[in-house]
Write a protein that binds this ligand. Structure first.
Ligand code: HEM
Length: 301
């Protein structure tokens, strides 16, 4: 859920600290909760993560104010919808300085871990997660802000989070032949590459320069054309189902650099064969602070 400050602005960092502590205490109840900061909180430019801004409207987006942006993002995860709803209730009850701006429930169908990669089935019945690194080191390397990157000191070890609420035209998609769906994505449903390479290995795009096997406008080929230099981001998305056919993906990704991560990929996806089947209706840019709470002291100073 996304929250906005309902109290005096000059006290924002003590309210953030309180919210962060309350989020951390949800772990005792078998749920995990964490916060990410929106650009609206930063009234001092020198403390603002350098690339943090209101998420721009990308070509084709139809952003709904009821599912976009917010001064803070609270992400709660748990084993059941009930456990998550209870944690959300406890948090909102204790957080009187905040009012809810919007919220969305998500789930990960067929959630599992294979070779250190988290996998799930998306609303188009395809396996997601293979494009993420298999190891923790590469994951952290892509996601976490480093010293010397030109970011404020307090932000080192934090991460830029991009959220995109993407509505999926599942009826239109389900009417396509499976082979066509696979050409649109550029992988088979189980993750295997179209040239037969196993899901966890690299495909032979170099041997297929004209896209006869894996079309040049397929989602994966546009997202990551150069297999030696994968885009520096880590994805962790959820499905949503709000009834009346309103289903889709809560796309979420983390990166140390927004321009090299999400924005570079999003720009390449302009001619994506998948575009016909999806509509981005919300989301936002946020900054996940580093572990611990030392950063709240710096920001409150
Ligand atoms: C509803 C929208 C979307 C769907 C259904 C979707 C689906 C998929 C699928 C099935 C894969 C292949 C499996 C995998 O590597 O995880 C994939 C890969 C990928 N997608 Fe998406 N995706 C969507 C939106 C996006 C967006 C908005 C971005 C970023 C701007 C993105 C970036 C990527 C990247 C970087 C890969 C990995 C490519 C690779 O390394 O091979 N996707 N996506």
């Amino acid at each position: 859920m996304a929250l906005d400050l309902a109290a005096t602005r000059s006290q924002q960092w003590s309210h953030i600290r309180q919210l962060a502590l309350m989020a951390a205490s949800q772990n005792e109840h078998g749920t995990t909760a964490g916060i990410a900061l929106g650009v609206g909180l930063f009234d001092r430019a020198e403390l603002r993560p350098r690339q943090l801004r209101v998420m721009p409207v990308f070509p084709g987006d139809l952003l709904d104010a009821h599912t976009s942006n917010g001064e803070v993002l609270v992400q709660i995860a748990g084993r059941s919808r009930e456990a998550v709803a209870q944690a959300a209730g406890r948090l909102l009850e204790g957080a009187s300085a905040w009012r809810k701006r919007w919220q969305i429930d998500g789930f990960r169908a067929g959630n599992r871990v294979v070779g250190n990669r988290g996998l799930a089935r998306n609303p188009f019945h395809f396996t997601e997660g293979f494009g993420n690194p298999a190891g923790e080191r590469e994951t952290l390397d892509r996601a976490l802000v480093r010293a010397g990157q030109g970011e404020p000191d307090w932000a080192v070890g934090g991460s830029y989070q991009v959220l995109r609420i993407v509505r999926c035209a599942t009826d239109l998609w389900d009417a396509e032949a499976p082979e066509e769906q696979e050409r649109v994505i550029g992988r088979r449903k189980d993750g295997q590459w179209l040239d037969g390479s196993p899901a966890g290995e690299e495909p032979g795009f170099a041997a297929d320069p004209r896209g006869k096997i894996t079309p040049l406008d397929s989602h994966v080929r546009l997202a990551a054309p150069d297999r030696r230099r994968p885009p520096p981001l880590v994805r962790r998305s959820y499905s949503y189902d709000r009834g009346d056919g309103d289903t889709g993906l809560i796309f979420s990704c983390f990166q140390r650099d927004l321009a090299q991560g999400f924005e570079a990929v999003q720009r390449r996806l302009a001619g994506d064969a998948l575009a016909k089947y999806v509509l981005t209706v919300g989301g936002g840019y946020f900054f996940v602070p580093p572990n611990g709470h030392a950063w709240t002291d710096v920001l409150a100073r």
